[in-house]
Design a protein around this ligand. Structure first.
Ligand SMILES: [Zn+2]
Length: 373
């Protein structure tokens, strides 16, 4: 019997985090499980093809353990790090909320298979803008940049200063709330599949989040890309270097393990956003998504053909991170001229000192030529 689960349709990145959280928690408990994921508008359908006797308690425990273990790392964990630019809530509050969600699941004897099988999940559970209750939990900006107590224009501004807040474009103050399962799986998705890079200068802290989004994928595709992105946790303290979101996708991917191949028909996006705190002003910016396959192909193949790819990407990230954006764009947007790209790389390498030189290996150039048409 095939089990169909539906994410609630809150939009990105919340639904992507939920779908990754569900698929990865299931896979870790049942390594032989077969799953197909398909994105349909703002929600995902998860088809469990070969298991109808799932021990839900074990899957929920798996998701919760990943969250609790991360919170125990305090400021070194993903949750601790992700709050550096949005300091309203600390890891200990997340642990408390997770325990609350679990005790509600236990007392109400609810089943996530049953709840997510219902396409009207979000409506029936009264998820969305509203007040926190015993069975409804506030989602934080880290897992849903569109949340926050105040919804103001411009869309992504959650600060309470600036002209938009005075202009009268103010929605009624309300939190964004979800059921215990959405709450638990979204945080688990953040821990298991999201790359987090924190840039820190004297007056400014920003956190770049990147995660793979399975548009059409199998359980192995989700696992492979989550392994690559999920392992990337970095704090960049020195200087002003800040990797732009698009460039960050290539940067995170290049430093990960590109072992194994994606399935032939798969389609995956990367979703990214930056939360920033500059002085007292808090904002979310650079929120978007991009197709991921060509970037994956580039990294996987260039790594096979050249031992210098990781060093090249790291050197660019250190010195001229904008060049990473150009490289990423050339891989995903048609119309870039390959010679311009190679010339830009060449000129960059000419500018850096002899001691840090990285060769522009033929294997890297060949792969670029193949992929940039
Ligand atoms: Zn829910």
């Amino acid at each position: 019997m095939v089990i169909n689960l539906y994410t609630p349709g809150h939009g990105d990145p919340l639904d992507t985090l939920i779908v990754n959280g569900i698929v990865l928690s299931l896979m870790e408990e049942y390594p032989d499980i077969k799953i197909e994921v398909l994105k349909q508008a703002s929600r995902f359908i998860v088809k469990i093809l070969n298991k109808d006797d799932i021990n839900e308690r074990n899957v929920i425990d798996n998701a919760i353990m990943s969250i609790i273990e991360d919170c125990e790392l305090e400021t070194e964990g993903k949750i601790g790090l992700s709050f550096s630019s949005q300091p309203a809530v600390r890891p200990e509050n997340i642990v408390k909320a997770i325990n609350g969600a679990l005790s509600h699941i236990n007392s109400s004897k609810s089943s996530f298979i049953e709840d997510f099988s219902d396409e009207l999940h979000a409506m029936k559970k009264q998820e969305g803008r509203g007040k926190e209750k015993r069975n409804l939990f506030k989602v934080h900006v880290q897992i849903a940049p569109f949340t926050g107590s105040y919804l103001r224009l411009p869309y992504m501004t959650v600060g309470n200063t600036g002209t938009a807040s005075k202009a009268g474009f103010k929605a009624e103050e309300a939190d964004y709330i979800v059921c215990p399962f959405c709450f638990i799986f979204s945080w688990a998705g953040l821990i298991k599949s999201t790359s987090i890079i924190v840039f820190s200068t004297k007056n400014k802290k920003s956190t770049l989040f990147i995660l793979p989004s399975p548009v059409k994928a199998t359980q192995d595709d989700v696992a492979l890309l989550s392994l690559i992105f999920g392992e990337k946790v970095e704090v960049v303290r020195a200087g002003d270097r800040e990797i732009p979101a698009l460039g960050g996708v290539l940067y995170s991917m290049a430093s990960g393990e590109t072992i194994g191949a994606l399935s032939a028909q798969s389609l995956l996006d990367a979703i990214y956003w930056v939360s920033a705190k500059e002085g007292n002003f808090i904002s979310v910016r650079s929120f978007g998504s991009m197709p991921l396959l060509n970037v994956y192909k580039f990294v996987a193949e260039a790594k096979r053909k050249s031992p210098f790819l990781v060093r090249l990407i790291d050197t660019i990230a250190d010195r001229e991170p904008e060049l990473l954006t150009l490289l990423t764009e050339s891989l995903v947007i048609p119309g870039y001229n390959i010679y311009d790209i190679v010339r830009s790389l060449w000129a960059f390498l000419e500018r850096i000192e002899k001691t840090d030189k990285v060769p522009l290996d033929i294997g890297i150039v060949d792969t670029l030529i193949k992929l940039i048409k």
